[in-house]
Design a protein around this ligand. Structure first.
Ligand SMILES: Nc1nc2c(ncn2[C@@H]2O[C@H](COP(=O)(O)OP(=O)(O)OP(=O)(O)O)[C@@H](O)[C@H]2O)c(=O)[nH]1
Ligand SMILES: [Mg+2]
Length: 287
């Protein structure tokens, strides 16, 4: 399934990011804990060259805990501090601030040697659309300073949020990149709602989702949520994925006028169940 989404505002946002990066000490990169590979901007190493770095594995409340631990370990081995986070919760923010100071301690010490004291750390918060950048900043600031919303493309311009004497954060619009290396990157970004639903065929996306779960042997996830064993729908000479989709759609009473399975309606339910965690805490990509 070929998905591309690179609207004009992202070209502009990338330019603004290149411009403002000169002003910051630290890059805080938010990844989606369910797809840490596909949610990484492949240009980030170039863009963030010479800056201190930190990764937040956000929406960890929707991801598998053991998988998130494995990812934290993966980043640690690459020399990057990574922290699991549900950015809607304020409880972890002090911990994150301490990690920020720790990651930037070289700079703080350098400032001190030059007689500069208490200059705040300036950090740019970057990441794909809808990953939770603005939500994180609001929790960190302890107030609604940045606009948030459950769809990609909410933040449209860079905005500084001055927090306290220790830190200032720059909220940025979510960006993707003009071409995904691999088709699965686009598909995975669409699963989590980082690509606008307007450019995606939901029915096809639902099909891809079921196919991926069947191919990776995770029929238990579907079985648990929809109370039916996908194996029951296996027939000779018939597309197994489609038969599973239709079978569950019928069971869920997703019907078209003539009584046949409404697979579009079911796909929308399926994706919504995934995005809201009703399918369980699921990580799609492993290190
Ligand atoms: N479950 C869960 N939802 C979250 C988390 N962080 C953010 N959200 C939700 O994700 C949606 C997007 O959040 P935003 O903060 O607007 O995302 P953003 O990265 O600023 O998005 P853009 O500005 O469009 O790039 C909102 O509905 C948030 O409530 C999290 O850690 N867990
Ligand atoms: Mg935002």
């Amino acid at each position: 399934m070929l998905i591309q989404w690179y609207p004009g505002h992202m070209t502009k946002a990338k330019r603004a990011m290149q411009e403002d990066i000169k002003l910051v000490d630290l890059i805080i990169e938010l990844l989606d804990a369910r797809i840490p590979l596909s949610s990484r901007n492949p240009d980030i190493d170039t863009l963030a060259k010479g800056k201190f770095r930190m990764v937040l594995l956000n929406k960890a409340d929707l991801a598998d805990n053991a998988a998130t631990e494995a990812w934290i370990d993966y980043f640690k081995k690459a020399g990057i501090t990574a922290i699991a986070l549900d950015s809607r919760a304020k409880t972890k923010m002090r911990d994150i601030q301490n990690k920020m100071l720790d990651v930037c301690k070289e700079k703080i010490e350098r400032d001190k040697r030059r007689g500069i004291q208490n200059r705040p750390i300036r950090a740019m918060v970057v990441g794909i659309p809808n990953v939770g950048k603005s939500t994180f900043i609001n929790s960190f600031a302890g107030k609604s300073a940045a606009k948030t919303g459950n769809k990609p493309g909410v933040t449209r311009g860079n905005q500084w949020i001055k927090l306290n004497k220790n830190a200032e954060l720059l909220d940025t619009p979510g960006i993707l990149w003009p071409k995904f290396d691999d088709e699965t990157v686009g598909t995975h970004l669409a699963y989590i709602g980082s690509v606008s639903d307007d450019v995606v065929d939901s029915e096809e996306l639902g099909y891809e989702f079921i196919k991926e779960f069947l191919n990776t042997g995770r029929t238990d996830v579907l079985k648990a949520r929809y109370e039916t064993d996908p194996e029951n729908f296996r027939e000779e000479d018939r597309d197994y994925v489609l038969s599973v989709m239709e079978g569950i759609a019928l069971k869920r009473n997703c019907l078209k006028k003539g009584g046949e399975a409404d697979t579009l309606k079911f796909s929308k339910i399926l994706l919504d169940d995934f995005r809201t965690g009703r399918l369980g805490k699921l990580t799609i990509e492993m290190p």
